[in-house]
Write a protein that binds this ligand. Structure first.
Ligand SMILES: [Zn+2]
Length: 279
């Protein structure tokens, strides 16, 4: 048998044995990470860093309430972990309900920004017409002026208002609308080139048995350059189940063509926020 035919056969055999992508080996960028501390974190910093290592998480979009947790993640300079810090406009949990009408949250954004290392603002919560609030517009305009991304947990109405405030906004849509129809998600991605969907708590990606749904397979086939993974460690239970969350992601990533899986796992984050330091 000629050498090239033999190597083709070998490649086919490897693909058969290993599956389309070795999902366990994919580097993951966690694009929805909260290291909240009210007043103490659920896990100490070294335990959190170890959890990332054990789960193949090599990058994080880091946020926290208060922002102290994010400072710690940045300052840890952990080997092999790329930290992309975002400013959270919250001091305490109750700010989730009021930040958009509170000038103090905008002061907090301006003050934190002076640290010089932030790449975005969020995650913040916003629903319906509350997005029309002038303090929201100020935050959106601030993000555009300083080339920052927004990490918005919002419904579709608020998302459209954010773009109305400033069409140059760059938005990572936390949870990708939770349950907004995949066909509508596709329309939004096509209408707004600077919109990316983060997939924590996003329903419908798989059936109950972990098989990728046809709607999402199609959506990824068309727009695999527009999605990011996230853990959303908003409550302690999410830290306790962190490994399960990552295992679930790897389960459906393995069902995608390798190039799509790599983009969603970390390639898109590198495109948005990269290059990784040292690369
Ligand atoms: Zn969150």
């Amino acid at each position: 048998m000629r050498t090239w035919r033999r190597s083709l056969l070998l490649a086919a055999l490897i693909a058969l044995v290993c599956g389309p992508v070795r999902a366990q080996e994919l580097k993951i960028f966690d694009a929805h990470l909260h290291y909240n501390q009210e007043p103490d974190p659920y896990y100490a910093l070294d335990k959190v860093l170890d959890l990332f290592r054990r789960n193949g998480v090599t990058g994080i979009l880091a946020t926290s309430r208060p922002n102290k947790g994010t400072h710690q993640l940045v300052e840890a300079k952990a080997p092999g972990l790329w930290v992309v810090p975002f400013i959270r406009p919250y001091r305490v949990r109750a700010d989730i309900q009021t930040w958009f009408g509170d000038p103090a949250s905008f002061d907090l954004i301006e003050e934190e920004y002076k640290r010089g290392y932030y790449r975005g603002i969020g995650e913040f919560h916003l629903y319906g017409k509350s997005a029309f609030n002038p303090w929201v517009k100020k935050a959106v305009d601030f993000s555009v002026a300083h080339d920052l991304y927004l990490h918005a947990h919002c419904d579709e109405e608020a998302l459209l208002i954010l773009y109305e405030h400033n069409p140059r906004a760059k938005i990572v849509w936390a949870h990708t609308g939770f349950s907004v129809a995949p066909s509508r998600v596709a329309q939004l991605l096509e209408k707004y080139p600077a919109l990316w969907g983060e997939l924590s708590y996003r329903s419908g990606i798989t059936d109950g048995g972990g098989t990728l749904s046809s709607d999402w397979r199609d959506l990824f086939a068309r727009h695999s350059d527009r999605f990011l993974l996230g853990s959303d460690t908003w409550i302690n239970e999410r830290w306790a189940s962190y490994a399960d969350t990552m295992r679930e992601y790897r389960g459906w990533l393995a069902q995608l063509p390798p190039d799509q899986a790599r983009r969603i796992a970390s390639g898109n984050a590198e495109h948005l926020f990269g290059p990784r330091p040292g690369e």
